[in-house]
Design a protein around this ligand. Structure first.
Ligand code: CO
Length: 206
């Protein structure tokens, strides 16, 4: 049986490099985690949370799924949000999508993809909410715009999650952000949705 020894070799090298720079790094980190950020992103292998924002282990709490979807009944995602907000007391929740997202692309097709079509339904809903705007665009622009609209929608879902609503009610210092990442140049773009209170969320919806 192959045991992926090359990955274990890389792991030892990586750990040693960090220890060379800071001998106490892992000892300190093993005592606690106190990240300021919760990252909700796509599972895509080209969009690794820590590396994109150049942060070391311990700085970002991460949840990833296909097409960075936040569903109100997804206990996995909601549990991550709850732990991040109530226990770790993160100050920022970033929903980060990316252009060229395979999940978004698949949601625009009328093909059978199997089980995942149930997940992609949520993105089809986003398409339907914004049908008027999307219909005016050519295919490429439509795909890019749906990637952006999906992030905005999912970030709004985070804002409406009971955990986040309760945190704001209790005066927590917590902001929700919507970002998008370009795989072709490695850069992030802020989609200018930044919500720090229920009042700001209401203004957004009005
Ligand atoms: Co993706």
């Amino acid at each position: 049986m192959k045991k992926l020894t090359h990955l274990f070799e890389r792991n030892v090298k990586w750990a040693n490099e960090i220890k060379d720079k800071d001998p106490e790094f892992f000892t300190q980190l093993s005592k606690q985690q106190a990240p300021e950020y919760l990252w909700i992103g796509c599972s895509d292998s080209r969009v690794p949370a820590n590396q994109i924002v150049a942060l070391p282990p311990g700085e970002v709490f991460v949840h990833r799924n296909i097409a960075n979807v936040v569903v109100h009944t997804d206990l996995n995602c909601l549990s991550v949000i709850q732990f991040a907000v109530e226990v770790l007391k993160v100050k920022h929740i970033v929903v980060c999508g990316h252009y060229g997202c395979g999940g978004i692309k698949a949601s625009m097709e009328n093909e059978d993809h199997g089980l995942i079509d149930n997940w992609l339904r949520h993105i089809k809903d986003v398409s339907r909410f914004h049908a008027d705007e999307l219909e005016q665009l050519d295919e490429h622009a439509r795909q890019d715009r749906l990637c952006e609209l999906n992030v905005l929608e999912q970030a709004t879902n985070v804002c409406n999650a009971t955990v986040v609503q309760n945190a704001w009610k209790n005066g927590a210092d917590l902001s929700v952000h919507a970002w998008i990442y370009s795989i072709d140049n490695g850069l992030l773009k802020d989609l200018d949705l930044s919500v720090s209170s229920t009042k700001q969320l209401e203004q957004l919806n009005s």
